[in-house]
Ligand binder design. Structure first.
Ligand code: SF4
Length: 224
């Protein structure tokens, strides 16, 4: 029987740029394929088929790169069934230092409970805000009673309409009481000072972030 494989767009070592782990050196495993069709997708190249690698080969490469943190990302990583055993094996080795970043259209319910899940909430400017999976919001809300919160939400705002959408959602659901909500600007589309002022004016209980890697390196560069 052949060893199951995952289709990998790239594996690289960089600085984690967008989450409560921003700033840490991190090895990224980018799975190929997505199909959600967000407007302004900054990793459209991950739509193309990549290289087939089995889990042992992936882990070997992650070990070689030597970062303290590992992130599975995409594309949409939850589209490939073998991502689940990959998460399990990574957690067995890197314990709580494994992150999963997902576009938020698929539920994270089946992901290894030890994985720190970063879920995108797509606002209107992406053209796909109606595809945010409500189960992910329900799972995030359930964390209210738990000290160990392993789901965080990320909202990338491109304009005032996105911000108002996010504000309404967060206020209505009470999500900021249940999980960390990271809110940032879409690079080059909104001045960070505008978002900062809106958050402060509204006393919004979110954590502002910038896409760190886009300030460190050329914003169009791959593999960072
Ligand atoms: S979910 Fe991510 S990778 Fe997929 S289209 Fe949207 S931004 Fe691009």
């Amino acid at each position: 029987m052949s060893t199951p494989t995952l289709n990998i767009s790239e594996i690289f070592h960089s600085i984690q740029g967008e989450s409560s782990y921003a700033g840490w050196p991190c090895t990224f495993i980018r799975l190929a394929g997505c199909g959600h069709g967000c407007r302004h997708c900054d990793t459209a190249y991950a739509e193309h088929p990549g290289r087939e690698m089995n889990i042992e080969e992936i882990i070997e490469r992650v070990v070689e790169l030597g970062a303290p943190l590992v992130e599975i990302t995409g594309g949409e990583p939850l589209l490939q069934e073998e991502v689940y055993p990959l998460m399990e094996k990574l957690c067995n080795r890197w314990k709580e230092r494994v992150l999963l970043e997902t576009g938020g259209f698929l539920s994270v319910a089946k992901a290894d409970p030890r994985v720190h899940k970063i879920i995108d909430l797509k606002p209107p400017s992406t053209g796909v805000s109606d595809k945010n999976n409500p189960e992910n919001i329900a799972l995030a809300l359930k964390q209210k009673d738990h000290a160990n919160r392993l789901i965080e939400l990320k909202i990338v705002v491109a304009d005032r309409e996105d911000y108002l959408w996010a504000r309404e959602l967060l206020t209505r659901t009470g999500l900021p009481d249940a999980c960390t909500v990271m809110m940032g600007v879409a690079f080059g589309m909104l001045e960070p000072v505008n978002l900062a002022n809106w958050i402060l004016e509204d006393r919004l209980n979110v954590r502002m972030q910038l896409q760190l890697h886009k300030y460190i390196w050329d914003p169009g560069r791959r593999g960072v």
